[in-house]
Ligand binder design. Structure first.
Ligand code: FES
Length: 229
């Protein structure tokens, strides 16, 4: 059945089963949006409600009956009659392992909350899951641009987890397309045009990238000036 067909028992309401409970949804909603509306906790890192679904971190996985592997709830559309589980031992283990992979790349999980509005997201999840931050220690992507002397934005990419929230907010919310991505895999690097400095790019220093960054890799220099820098 698809979401455009009539609902359960011939009613026109669209419903799915969420952790054993039949709940309504509207056409176009993702599983994550339905689950959040029903106060289910699903961890996320690359999700920002203002942005188009992206599906990079896979932390938001849920189980859908009939699907062999867990699916990313932030990108998967809700479908009529779907049976979804948001929590299980398998899911929690999966999420913890993903967190450990991300955290093992970062030299520090604890960063000052002054770095930005979302800067504590990774640290909070690592603590909540008891994730081992050294389990997958080794190569890591993203190198800081501390040579960028602009007075507003710290580019501490050693803390970057390649969630692309900064890239996406710059494009989708601001329409500036100042931030981009260079290379792939462990060579992934968030950058700007010609790998240059922010003040020589299309950046308007609006600060949206700082406020959406879930690790403090981008930070408000002004807020930090007397504390950390
Ligand atoms: S939050 Fe869904 S994949 Fe990152």
């Amino acid at each position: 059945m698809t979401a455009t067909q009539n609902g359960v028992n011939g009613s026109s309401e669209l419903t799915l089963t969420l952790d054993g409970e039949v709940v309504p949804f509207t056409l176009g909603e993702t599983i994550y949006e339905v689950a959040r509306r029903h106060e289910k906790f699903i961890p996320t890192l690359c999700y920002d409600p203002r942005l188009e679904p992206f599906g990079a971190c896979r932390l938001c996985v849920v189980e859908v009956r009939g699907q062999r592997n867990p699916v990313a709830s932030c990108t998967m559309p809700a479908v009529l009659g779907m049976e979804v589980s948001t929590s299980s031992e398998r899911l929690e283990q999966y999420r913890k392992t993903l967190l450990e992979m991300v955290a093992s790349e970062n030299p520090s999980i604890e960063v000052s909350p002054l770095r930005g509005y979302s800067s504590q997201e990774l640290g909070v999840l690592v603590e909540q899951y008891g994730a081992n931050t050294g389990r997958f220690a080794g190569a890591h992507s993203g190198h800081s641009r501390l040579d960028d002397t602009n007075p507003f934005i710290l580019r501490d990419y050693d803390l970057c987890i390649s969630c692309y929230r900064c890239v996406r907010v710059c494009a989708e919310q601001e329409g500036d397309y100042a931030i981009s991505v260079m290379n792939r895999g462990f060579h992934t690097q968030i950058t700007v045009e010609f790998n240059g400095l922010l003040k020589e790019s299309a950046c308007t220093f609006c600060g949206q990238c700082v406020q959406t960054c879930p690790t403090g890799a981008l930070a408000d220099k002004k807020a930090l000036r007397n504390c950390e820098l």
